[in-house]
Design a protein. Structure first.
Length: 181
């Protein structure tokens, strides 16, 4: 009589071993405990596709920023982080170009001093296309000219450095998985 009870226990145990992971997955997904994305920046759905003045942009991936008319502490922190990300990206530095977008050529000399690694681009049409982005943000542009992620800038340098680590983490992942640019 102990043999049939033993068989039933074994069958029940095997059944539960297969059923428990399915129930656990259902519970996690139904309660929204699982965060689907691993990106650290804010994902744009759908991405903003740049169509005008793209011939003025460098090839490959771009880390973009639209600086304000006068570059205060937040702007300087953003430029500093752009320089640091370009250096920290390591072997992929030739695949990434930090870019600032300007309305006119009058602003360019001010930014070259604060950000030697950053390429200034005069592109008022691109600035108009990016007007839906929150003001004063860093953003990533893929080689197909899609703006896909953006990051806030901060007045506090330590907070901006932390945000720079988020930018770097996302860029490393994108460059690793990307076969273009």
């Amino acid at each position: 009589m102990s043999s049939p009870n033993r068989s039933k226990k074994a069958i029940l145990t095997v059944f539960l071993l297969f059923l428990l992971p399915v129930l656990a997955a259902w519970l996690i997904l139904s309660q929204n405990w699982y965060e689907a994305g691993t990106n650290k920046g804010t994902l744009l759905q759908p991405p903003i596709t740049l169509s005008s003045e793209v011939d003025t942009l460098p090839e490959g991936w771009k880390l973009g920023y639209i600086p304000p008319e006068s570059c205060e502490q937040t702007c300087k922190n953003a430029l500093y982080v752009m320089n640091q990300v370009d250096v920290a990206i390591g072997k992929d530095t030739d695949r990434l170009t930090p870019v600032t977008f300007h309305d006119n050529n009058d602003q360019l000399s001010d930014y070259e001093r604060d950000a030697p690694q950053v390429t200034p681009v005069t592109a008022p049409a691109i600035i108009r296309e990016l007007q839906d982005l929150p003001a004063n943000t860093l953003f990533i542009i893929d080689p197909m000219h899609n703006v896909m992620l953006y990051y806030p800038t901060h007045n506090d340098k330590e907070a901006m450095i932390k945000e720079g680590k988020n930018v770097l983490a996302d860029l490393r992942k994108l460059l690793k998985l990307s076969r273009i640019g």
